[in-house]
Ligand binder design. Structure first.
Ligand code: UTP
Length: 296
């Protein structure tokens, strides 16, 4: 039977080392690096909330305490701001309902699949979402739904397991997980018949890459349990999902919006610039500055 239990829980794997951003990430988690004035983790949590998800599960590690503190009450700060008559609205999105933030530790960063498996006791026997905070998913400018909201809507249609995908030029495919598509269900929703991690260009079964949003059934935890390390010596989530195809429904949602790879330096700069150029409070100045820098 296809599971349609509601998606109430989201796992945020934040235990990675962030080596591509060293030395910035020596003492600060990558997920706390800000795009303008919000840390990456905040964008991901906001996206989950928009999708109706209640419980946020952070898989953390050493040096990641500030991620949890970001969603805690900052008593001295709030008291001082109140005394100085400053608006508290900027802190609004950092407040979660008491009890809705749970952390588990991944003692050794053995890969994304292992990080997810570390959350098994909290996830329990329910389907759950996964959001990778270093992939920033921004809804279309027309006010369309965020990526996870789109996925939850698709889940209402087909149930089972879902991953978000994006089209990429063929020459880039060998850096990503790529799906083998099956039947098209509706606009932007396709059945998945296989997954290949980092294929050779000529072997890639499509030009659709897996991006960092998932809705998975709890059985994935059992699959991860018995899984050996894959590419790069890490326990790969893609390998576990690939094993579930055939025994459970699997679909891909093509996100109608933009994705910025903020795990890479260029993607991070692109996200900063793109979002700054859309913000009412700064877009004119940023545009003028960008043109000046480009000599235009
Ligand atoms: P990445 O591979 O992009 O993150 O993992 P990383 O390892 O921190 O970055 P680099 O490559 O060294 O710069 C994707 C997501 O999975 C988490 C990361 O924190 C990131 O959000 N992750 C990765 C874990 O939680 N545990 C791991 O063992 C690996």
């Amino acid at each position: 039977m296809i599971s349609r239990k509601p998606i109430r829980k989201a796992v945020f794997p934040v235990a990675g080392l962030g080596t591509r951003f060293l030395p910035a990430t020596k003492a600060i988690p990558k997920e706390m690096l800000p795009i303008i004035d919000r840390p990456l983790i905040q964008y991901a949590v906001d996206e989950a909330r928009e999708a109706g998800i209640e419980q946020m599960i952070f898989v953390t590690g050493r040096g990641k305490v500030s991620i949890v503190e970001h969603f805690d009450m900052a008593y001295e700060l709030e008291k001082t701001m109140q005394e100085r008559d400053k608006s508290m609205q900027v802190l609004e999105s950092t407040r979660l309902t008491p009890g809705n933030l749970v952390t588990v530790r991944q003692q050794v960063p053995l890969g994304l699949g292992h990080a997810i498996w570390c959350a098994r006791a909290i996830v329990g026997d329910e389907p759950f979402a996964i959001l990778l905070p270093d992939e920033l998913m921004i809804a279309n400018r027309d006010g369309g739904p965020g990526c996870m909201k789109q996925m939850v809507e698709a889940y209402g249609e087909v149930g089972g397991n879902l991953i978000s995908v994006l089209e990429r030029p063929r020459e880039e495919l060998s850096s990503y997980g790529v799906i083998a598509p099956g039947a098209r269900v509706s606009e932007g929703l396709t059945e998945v018949t296989g997954l290949v991690e980092k294929p050779r260009i000529e072997d890639a079964p499509s030009n659709l890459i897996i991006s960092g949003r998932y809705i998975l059934q709890p059985e994935v935890m059992r699959t991860l349990e018995g899984q050996a390390a894959g590419a790069g010596g890490e326990i790969q989530l893609t390998d576990a999902m690939a094993q579930m195809i055939g025994s459970q429904p699997f679909h891909a949602v093509t996100f109608a919006g933009r994705r910025f790879d903020c795990g890479s330096k260029v993607g991070f700069v692109e996200a900063t610039l793109a979002l700054a150029l859309e913000r009412e409070d700064m877009k004119d100045e940023v545009r003028a500055m960008a043109l000046r820098l480009l000599g235009g």
